[in-house]
Design a protein around this ligand. Structure first.
Ligand SMILES: [Fe+2]
Length: 162
């Protein structure tokens, strides 16, 4: 893993200390002036949204990842196994939140610089999509170690019911 980009260092510091307010501020800064964003982060995968791993905490406490969503791409409806916080660097992001029985409870449109609702308690059920015409690049922090990156973040909704 390459060293952290300087524009992401404040996020890593705040995440390491679980300083949620500080992390929200650092995230907003990193979204408003995304010096970390490279041209390849705008190139998506036509088959599904694409994660670009930007930083892995050496202690396994969290990762920082960009996600590229081409127009029309969306996540499944899901919860989280670990804390997460995210926002938009480029494009437009639609987030739908769901309550009991998958009843829609909230829908938000986020643009560049916006920090979306975080899920620190792993209680949120949501779906993220790009309903715009341009690629969407979002920036996410997840409280997961790199080796759990593919299976340890999202929790399919069907598995949530105890
Ligand atoms: Fe999510």
């Amino acid at each position: 893993m390459t060293p952290i980009h300087p524009s992401l260092a404040p996020l890593a510091r705040a995440a390491k200390h679980k300083d949620w307010a500080g992390l929200g501020d650092a995230l907003r800064e990193a979204l408003l002036a995304p010096a970390w964003l490279r041209p390849e982060h705008r190139v998506g995968d036509p088959t599904a949204y694409m994660r670009h791993l930007l930083y892995v905490d050496p202690g396994g406490d969290f990762v920082i990842t960009a996600i590229t969503w081409l127009p029309g791409q969306k996540s499944a409806v899901h919860g989280h196994q670990v804390w997460c916080m995210y926002g938009v660097a480029e494009g437009e992001l639609t987030e739908e939140q769901f309550g009991a029985e998958l009843k829609a409870t909230k829908m938000s449109l986020h643009v560049a610089g916006d920090v979306a609702d975080s899920d620190l308690e792993c209680t949120r059920v949501h779906r993220v999509s790009n309903r715009g015409r341009a690629p969407l690049v979002s920036l996410h922090l997840y409280g997961v170690g790199a080796e759990q990156l593919t299976t340890g973040i999202n929790r399919p909704y069907a598995h949530q019911k105890a």
